[in-house]
Design a protein around this ligand. Structure first.
Ligand SMILES: Cc1cc2nc3c(=O)[nH]c(=O)nc-3n(C[C@H](O)[C@H](O)[C@H](O)COP(=O)(O)OP(=O)(O)OC[C@H]3O[C@@H](n4cnc5c(N)ncnc54)[C@H](O)[C@@H]3O)c2cc1C
Length: 598
């Protein structure tokens, strides 16, 4: 049976020793009193929920899946899911980082993000039910009217109602401008919606008493394309003026998708048949509000893969210590046994360390983003809010795509550690590989993330925000440039920092002549940028570890951190040289291939 131990020590390391989050919180009135002990205590309890309540349902949920009653259109989630959700709601977990004005506990977002990392490790499919609610909550919190907020946010905060995001239609995935779902204005100010959505995560289930669908649709006079899309709240059950549930709305599940992984999560085909909805934000400005949800979801998807990377690593590590096969190349290590544990083999260590380096680098980035999000919303200084928002917008596509590509890679490497047993269901590794695969696809495929990064976030503002990240790198290089012990981390980082400026300018110039040059380079570019960001955080983590060791701290945690940093810079980071080379190969080798692709 798979194992999972919440990585509390590593979370505390990043949060308190590297990022020193409570220093940032001091400037924000709502978190000024937040202290290390409180955060750690909450995370410890959160870890218990993840391991004791939802982890035991991960394999059974995958095996059983969800079932749809075609007559009632009701979906039954796997055995135990509903009870686990009840425990989650009763424990107040849904409200952890929500606004106290709507019944939330108002804890910092980074605490909630760590909770979600643990829940994703324990059971990604289950975690998507509350996870989608957070995105819908964020969109309504930002763009809802006072009336909408009063009606929906308290119930979404408590977890009594869950949320969805309904964008995709059969003919319209990446290109939301092709959307056909219609919304007709009614005399009472509401709208009547008609259309078909597919692939809607947590779109129907039996875990909560109401489901609040956020639906993109077109008004009758809407301009064509993406500029004519509006956002609507369409509840499963209409809500009466006193807040109680009214009649069933015309939005229901017409079918469940049969899919590769996350079987415990209901991916619903949603039929919208004259459902009553209310407009969120301005007409034809639906994408503005939806982007609040999508950005939250993109960070959330990166966090899903972070969770999977961690749990895959933990299981592969335990297996590699236990499984004995062959002798070490340098002579027997377990002389009392007929063979050595496979962890003696260099390549098994490479696979394990790859997953570990991706998990720990990803954790630093994910937490950094949570702090940026907090500052963007809650910092009293407007400039800090603006700078944080810009930096977050640069790092969001990197977090989504780099962490999910790495997560799938890590899951397959950890499966490989198990040899043939990794392919067999009972060990749980093949499920992790299947579950990890979707994270690269939904919430905008990773190709779309790379176009967003290079086209909009980097070239779109002449590299201004990238330069700001470069300044963080530059400051670290200045601080540690003369420290010989840091040279193995700082030197490659400094070199990449310089290279990426030239690399970006080059692609920018080529892109001015031929836009396909940007499309041809984007995926490679995102990985290079991902390594710049990971390299920065790995160098900062190594810096803390070296300081602790120099001060006489003998906690093996710091030696482990240093060894993993060395592995990362020696074996993973150098991929950037190849990526820059393949990006420079340009668009011709892709576009002048009509004969090859005939
Ligand atoms: C299990 C699951 C859960 C989902 N959950 C939800 C949900 O809750 N709500 C929701 O609304 N949707 C959801 N989706 C839909 C998901 O977000 C889409 O599948 C995804 O955005 C891609 O759209 P598509 O499948 O139509 O692919 P397409 O848009 O048809 O893309 C096909 C391929 O073409 C590439 N491509 C498209 N345009 C470009 C371009 N300009 N440049 C380069 N490459 C391009 C894509 O990257 C992709 O590789 C879910 C999907 C799945 C499978």
């Amino acid at each position: 049976m798979p194992v999972y131990n919440p990585p509390l020590r590593d979370m505390q390391f990043v949060m308190h020793e590297v990022l020193k989050v409570t220093d940032d919180f001091k400037a924000m009135p709502q978190h000024a009193e937040m202290d290390v002990d409180t955060i750690n205590a909450v995370l410890e309890e959160a870890g218990k929920f993840a391991t004791q309540v939802i982890f035991p349902l991960n394999i059974s949920g995958d095996t059983e899946g969800c079932t749809l009653d075609q007559k009632t259109h009701e979906v039954k989630t796997p055995t135990g899911f509903k009870d686990a959700y009840k425990t989650y709601v009763e424990g107040g977990w849904a409200a952890l980082s929500c606004d106290p004005a709507f019944g939330g506990q108002g804890l910092p977002l980074v605490v909630n993000q760590c909770f979600y990392e643990m829940m994703n490790s324990a059971n990604q499919a289950w975690t998507m039910y509350p996870g989608l609610t957070h995105g819908a909550y964020a969109a309504l919190h930002t763009y809802g009217t006072d009336e909408q907020k009063k009606t929906y946010l308290p119930k979404m905060t408590s977890g009594e109602w869950t949320g969805t995001m309904c964008l995709t239609e059969p003919h319209c995935g990446t290109d939301l401008g092709l959307m056909r779902t219609k919304a007709e204005p009614q005399a009472d100010g509401t709208y009547k919606l008609t259309g078909n959505k597919i692939f809607i995560s947590a779109g129907e289930h039996d875990m909560a008493e109401n489901i609040i669908h956020l639906v993109l649709a077109r008004l009758p006079d809407a301009p064509p394309g993406i500029k004519g899309v509006s956002l609507f709240i369409v509840p499963k059950f209409n809500v009466k003026a006193d807040g109680s549930l009214g009649e069933r709305n015309g939005i229901y599940c017409g079918g469940l998708e049969h899919k590769m992984g996350i079987h415990g999560n209901a991916t619903a085909q949603i039929v919208i048949d004259g459902a009553i909805g209310t407009l969120v934000g301005q007409p034809n400005k639906g994408m503005q509000a939806m982007f609040v949800m999508m950005n939250a979801a993109r960070l959330g998807v990166g966090n899903q893969s972070l969770g999977l990377t961690e749990v895959a690593y933990q299981n592969a590590l335990a297996y590699a210590k236990d499984r004995i096969q062959m002798r070490s190349l340098t002579g027997p290590k377990a002389k009392d046994k007929p063979a050595d544990p496979i962890i003696v083999h260099p390549d098994v260590r490479r696979m394990l360390l790859t997953a570990k380096a991706y998990a720990e680098g990803g954790r630093a980035l994910a937490m950094f983003c949570s702090v940026l999000l907090e500052k963007a919303h809650n910092h009293p200084d407007e400039k800090v809010r603006k700078d944080s928002d810009e930096m977050l917008s640069l790092l969001t596509p990197i977090t989504k795509a780099f962490l999910t590509d790495n997560g799938y890679n890590a899951a397959t490497q950890c499966q490989q550690v198990f040899g043939g047993h990794g392919y067999i269901k009972e060990w749980g590794m093949e499920q992790l590989v299947r579950d990890a695969r979707i994270n690269m696809i939904y919430e905008g495929t990773n190709t779309i993330q790379s176009l967003d990064l290079l086209g909009r976030k980097v070239l779109g503002n002449n590299g201004a925000t990238l330069k700001k990240f470069g300044k963080l790198v530059g400051a670290l290089v200045m601080e540690e440039g003369v420290n010989e012990k840091m040279a193995e981390f700082i030197n490659p980082l400094a070199v990449l920092g310089e290279q990426i400026t030239k690399f970006t300018t080059e692609i920018g110039f080529k892109g001015l002549q031929n836009a396909d040059e940007v499309g041809a380079a984007a995926v490679d570019y995102l990985r290079v940028a991902g390594h710049l960001v990971f390299g920065y955080f790995w160098a900062r983590m190594a810096q803390v570890a070296l300081r602790e060791i120099a001060a006489g701290n003998t906690d093996p945690f710091y030696t482990a951190k240093l060894q993993t940093a060395r592995f990362y810079f020696a074996k993973l980071f150098p991929e950037t040289a190849t990526l820059m080379r393949t990006a420079r190969a340009g668009s011709k080798v892709l576009m002048d291939t009509d004969a090859a692709l005939a």
